[in-house]
Design a protein around this ligand. Structure first.
Ligand code: GLY
Length: 285
């Protein structure tokens, strides 16, 4: 499957399930002083989550061009160290603005991965928010993953760093549930295909999709402290890395080996092997 087909399979699935397909917004967000670059598919829908804008649809899907090179989500320091970070990428996402919530988001994710993309469930791992002093544990997400077919030992709890998503210091946010894929050759390897590697070092496991259960708005008070208030309606924001999912579907070990990036690298490399053109003399000023 090509990268283009991964994108169209994702968007086609959600279109068949009643989602409006929305174009990527620009990389420089309009009217949002909290962000330098667009860092997620949900950015263009921020006001819909907050209930201050209404459109003629309550579910959407997109393939959003993103840059993560600064601010809250910064991949810059990971480039060259991992097989999966490159600061510019496309994020596939499905969104519900007060329409469906956790149960349907999890059903759609399982159905698309297992029944459409035909991923082996024995390579999939799921993480849920284990709770902290501010927000309780997401036991419901754990139960829902098991209900759709995940084995209980494949659903793991993690803290705020991995399983509570917010676009910046302020804005819509909520607990999230990530789907990780085992990239090794043999899924029956009990040492490598084990919980130890989920959110662990190296590229043995790769996060492919994050489902955010948007429930709160995070605001800053005049005294500088932050506060969570409930959104007008629970909503859904998801993000799947197009290049990561393409690496999975093309059975390659790095995003750079996919048909989305490899031709660009090869083209750049070919320029390096061409003879340099003669220097153009600079006319006297
Ligand atoms: N907005 C979901 C994500 O970026 O993971």
């Amino acid at each position: 499957m090509t990268g283009d087909q991964v994108r169209s399979t994702f968007l086609g699935y959600f279109e068949r399930n009643g989602h409006k397909i929305v174009h990527s917004s620009p990389l420089l967000p309009a009217n949002d002083p909290t962000l330098l670059f667009t860092n997620a598919g949900m950015n263009q829908f921020k006001d819909l989550f907050l209930g201050i804008e209404k459109r003629d649809y309550t579910r959407a899907a997109s393939s959003q061009k993103c840059i993560r090179a600064g601010g809250k989500h910064n991949d810059l320091d990971e480039v060259g160290k991992t097989a999966r970070h490159h600061t510019f990428f496309e994020m596939l996402g499905n969104f519900s603005f007060g329409d469906y919530f956790k149960e349907d988001a999890i059903k759609y994710a399982w159905d698309l991965l297992v029944n459409e993309f035909k991923l082996d469930p024995e390579r999939l791992w799921f993480s849920v928010f284990e709770g902290d002093e501010e927000v309780g544990p997401d036991d419901e997400a754990r139960e829902l993953w098991i209900k759709v077919g995940a084995r209980p030992e494949r659903v793991l709890g993690f803290g705020r760093k991995d399983n509570f998503w917010q676009m910046g210091d302020t804005g819509p946010c909520g607990p999230c549930s990530e789907i990780h894929y085992y990239m090794g050759d043999d899924p029956s390897d009990p040492e490598k295909n084990s919980p130890h590697w989920v959110n662990g070092p190296g590229d043995t496991k790769m996060e492919i999709w994050n489902l955010v259960f948007m429930k709160y708005n995070r605001t800053q008070e005049p005294d500088g402290t932050f506060k969570l208030t409930p959104l007008p309606a629970p909503s859904v924001d998801t993000g799947m890395g197009l290049e990561r999912m393409t690496a999975v579907m093309q059975h390659v070990k790095t995003n750079y080996d996919t048909d989305l990036i490899k031709p660009i690298v090869e083209f750049a490399a070919s320029l390096g092997t061409q003879a340099s053109p003669p220097a153009t003399p600079v006319p006297p000023a």
